[in-house]
Design a protein around this ligand. Structure first.
Ligand code: NAG
Length: 314
């Protein structure tokens, strides 16, 4: 939602629409869907969401929330537009990349509404765990990019996001949030299952599995990997330009990507900006040594069945 409205006036009237929708209670509760807590509005429309059938030319960007979704979306869009920064400012992130499962109280348009109005090839966003991704994506062999971020930084980012995003449940105190995250009692469920289940399927289903930390460490190499996966070819200069345009600072200052296009009634950047730090290792500023140890012990148990090369510092 957001930038369909170009002028300030249109934007305000759109805001009005949202304000009216705000008569309903924000902080939507979670309901478990096949064991995965999802927002109530998503669960209500589940049969429509899971019946969505993409075109084979559609691409999916799948992430656990706050793992580098917006960043990857911008890289993909710039690759599709040969680094043309103006072309990528044609609309907001939410309007350029339909968010498959997102549902709000009417009249706020859903992800499916947006998809209905866009012709393939589309780049679709999802936070769904792999078992809930509509079958059509696999049947039609759509390209799927998955981005994973180390658990501790992902948790910190999600905590701050839940503070500012009025559509998400209240995060509650930090100490309790750690427990909720560890038990998967947050929106879109368990981080552990999410990253593991895509990992286990990545070869069989031709999923490009990326890490936030690699994007940070060597953005050029990762942009090139994405380019090759998409069967595109752009010049070295364009790659350099894309790396530049998708630096944290440029993303933060890009009004079509920094989520200030979402009205404050939903995203309150004064509580915590959507583009907050974008760093690797910020968890050290949040976890006490005792919390870190407790988390690590639980992590070892939950991740014992896989060996995913996460790094928590660079
Ligand atoms: C978003 O981008 C605009 C335009 O550059 C900038 O003025 C604003 O500070 C940014 N907002 C946040 C919250 O990052």
């Amino acid at each position: 939602i957001g930038s369909k409205c170009k002028t300030e006036e249109e934007f305000l009237s759109y805001k009005e629409v949202i304000n009216r929708a705000a008569g309903i209670a924000w902080r939507f509760p979670l309901i478990e869907m096949q064991g995965v807590p999802l927002r109530n509005y998503i669960v209500q429309k589940w049969s429509n969401i899971s019946a969505f059938c993409p075109d084979p030319s559609d691409m999916l960007i799948a992430t656990y929330p706050k793992a580098g979704t917006t960043w990857t979306q911008e890289i993909v869009d710039l690759l599709l537009h040969n680094g043309d920064e103006e072309a990528c400012k044609r609309a907001s992130t939410s309007d350029r990349f339909p968010f498959l499962e997102i549902q709000y109280p009417p009249p706020i348009p859903s992800g499916l509404d947006l998809l209905k109005n866009m012709k393939p090839p589309r780049v679709i966003k999802t936070h769904l765990p792999i078992q809930l991704v509509p079958k059509g994506f696999w049947e039609n062999k759509c390209k799927v990019i998955y981005v994973a971020r180390n658990a501790k930084d992902n948790l910190v980012s999600y905590y701050h996001f839940d503070r500012m995003n009025q559509a998400q449940p209240q995060p509650g105190p930090w100490e309790e949030y750690i427990q909720k995250f560890m038990r998967g009692k947050v929106a879109w469920g368990s981080w552990y299952d999410h990253v593991k289940d895509y990992w286990k399927e990545r070869e069989k289903r031709n999923i490009l599995y990326l890490f936030f930390e690699d994007l940070k460490k060597d953005p050029r190499r990762e942009v090139e990997r994405i380019m090759r996966y998409m069967d595109l070819s752009v010049t070295d200069d364009v790659i350099d330009k894309i790396v530049q345009l998708t630096s944290f600072k440029n993303m933060r200052d890009n009004p079509m990507a920094n989520y200030t296009f979402i009205p404050k009634i939903m995203f309150d950047h004064s509580i915590s900006p959507f583009m907050r730090r974008g760093e690797v290792g910020d968890w050290t500023n949040h976890f006490t040594p005792a919390q870190s140890q407790m988390f690590d012990e639980d992590y070892a148990r939950q991740m014992a069945d896989v060996d995913i090369p996460f790094c928590t510092s660079i």
